[in-house]
Design a protein. Structure first.
Ligand code: TGC
Ligand code: FAD
Length: 388
């Protein structure tokens, strides 16, 4: 008899009926509809983004933790569990959902005018419209405060110029939330992607997150009306407030990828015979499995604690950094260890493990690198900022 790693921690007992039901629904859809297709998307480096967005909209996961405007209004913890199940299939799918719901929709929902909300949120929740979030630039990633994209006034209009880099969903988006430097500090703009002067060339030749669209955003004298600015976001705290939301989803999501690797490895070592016995029967194998189970379970307990704090309105950015740093770091370690257990089979797309491991390289870097989150925690502990 085999016990599932999460059952050793009795994780299910820590969830409400509603949370378990949401998790089960997303898992079932992911396993039935997405998993059979995802290895091919990864191999091709191409996804049917519009079709996928509609399927995810129908599932109700786009902006699911937001209230009103066609959004489901679930708890944050339920959203985290949905991210976990999507990332168990592929980090690229969770990325699509994070960027749509936690970054672009959240920016509009939190900082936008009533017109912005009415215009974009219902269509985005349904997956009829796709959004992207342009913060990073070629020369400003970890340090978004050094961004060069500008927005200047021309009468009552705004004129945007600059380049954003590594933007998820960029070339398939209908709307981009673009952050730019103005005379009043950093402001956010709602940019319809058919605006003259806007283009979004796709970034090719990625070896990670291949089942996800990544693009540049090029803004050449993009003229926007006065109402395009997000009225309630001023300064860097605007975009960083959105990152808190997406990072929270990753705290859970990364564990989905890790769980999938561990489940695959446990099944594999039970079937694989080496030196006349099941690979599962060797002490070295069992030590690997036990160590990975410990890290997966501890990561889940941390995620649940952060989820409860978020639902109580008590979660701080520093706590999100704890979760993002730990859970992504452990997830990638688990993926790599599982890869060893699968031997040569571990390097093919016949199994999900190398795909997850490669994806997690991006997850380690985006939404704040491990180094950035380490420094956030360091600052919280010492009171000393060590970023510059
Ligand atoms: P600093 O001087 O500390 O702060 C500037 C202003 O922002 C406020 N603030 C925050 N507000 C909300 N949430 C947070 N987490 C915040 N952190 C800081 C701060 O209070 C201040 O406000 P005010 O009113 O006084 O002006 O900023 P800094 O320039 O020293 O930078 C701090 C640092 C390095 C932590 C920050 O810049 C950072 O997080 N860098 C990493 C950038 C990043 O994560 N980029 C992600 C881009 S999006 C993406 O990757 C999507 S991937 C696709 C997917 O999600 O699937
Ligand atoms: P850099 O900031 O140049 O960092 C390089 C190295 O230096 C890293 O190891 C970093 O940790 C380290 N470093 C930086 N500062 C310090 C310091 N003070 N002390 C010590 N070490 C330091 N961005 C968006 O805006 N929207 C998106 O939708 C989006 N999607 C993405 C999708 C993918 C697949 C990827 C890979 C990235 C995406 N990003 C997106 C960009 C992502 O957020 C950035 O790549 C990330 O913030 C790091 O920036 P950078 O790549 O410029 O690295």
């Amino acid at each position: 008899m085999r016990t599932h790693p999460f059952d050793l921690f009795a994780i299910d007992g820590l969830l409400t009926d509603e949370e378990r039901e949401i998790q089960r629904t997303v898992r079932t859809m992911g396993e039935r509809e997405l998993r059979p297709r995802v290895a091919q998307w990864f191999e091709d480096g191409a996804i049917p983004a519009r079709e996928l967005a509609r399927e995810l909209g129908k599932l109700g996961v786009l902006g699911m933790h937001l209230e009103g405007y066609g959004c489901a209004g679930t708890s944050a913890l339920s959203y985290g569990l949905a991210c976990l199940e999507l990332e168990a299939v592929d980090s690229g799918l969770r990325s699509l959902v994070s960027v749509q719901g936690s970054l672009t929709m959240y920016a509009i929902w939190k900082y936008g005018s009533e017109e912005h909300k009415q215009e974009w949120l219902p269509g985005m929740a349904a997956g009829e419209k796709i959004g992207c979030f342009g913060l990073t630039e070629p020369d400003a990633g970890s340090d978004p405060g050094s961004m060069r994209t500008t927005a200047r006034r021309d009468g009552s209009d705004w004129i945007l110029n600059g380049t954003k880099m590594w933007i998820t969903n960029g070339s398939v988006a209908d709307v981009a939330v673009v952050w730019a430097r103005t005379d009043e500090g950093v402001r956010g703009f709602v940019v319809p992607t058919d605006a003259p002067g806007f283009s979004a060339p796709e970034i090719k030749r990625k070896l990670s997150l291949r089942a996800s669209v990544t693009s540049e955003l090029v803004l050449e004298d993009v003229r926007l009306p006065a109402g395009a600015v997000l009225p309630s976001a001023r300064g860097l705290s605007g975009p960083l407030g959105c990152l808190n939301e997406a990072r929270f989803g990753i705290v859970f999501g990364a564990l989905g990828a890790a769980r999938d690797c561990l489940e695959t490895a446990i099944s594999y070592v039970g079937d694989r015979t080496v030196f006349g016995r099941a690979l599962a029967s060797y002490q070295l194998t069992q030590q690997k499995l036990a160590d990975m189970t410990l890290e997966l379970g501890k990561g889940m307990l941390l995620a649940l604690q952060l989820g409860r704090l978020k639902d109580e309105g008590r979660l701080t950015p520093e706590q999100i950094s704890l979760g993002k740093l730990n859970n992504v770091r452990e997830a990638i370690a688990i993926a790599r260890e599982c890869r060893t257990l699968l031997g040569a089979n571990g390097i093919t797309l016949e199994y999900p493990v190398i795909r997850h491991a490669n994806n997690l390289e991006s997850v380690l870097t985006y939404e704040g690198t491990s180094e950035v989150h380490t420094l956030v925690i360091g600052k919280a502990l010492t009171g000393e900022g060590a970023f510059r």
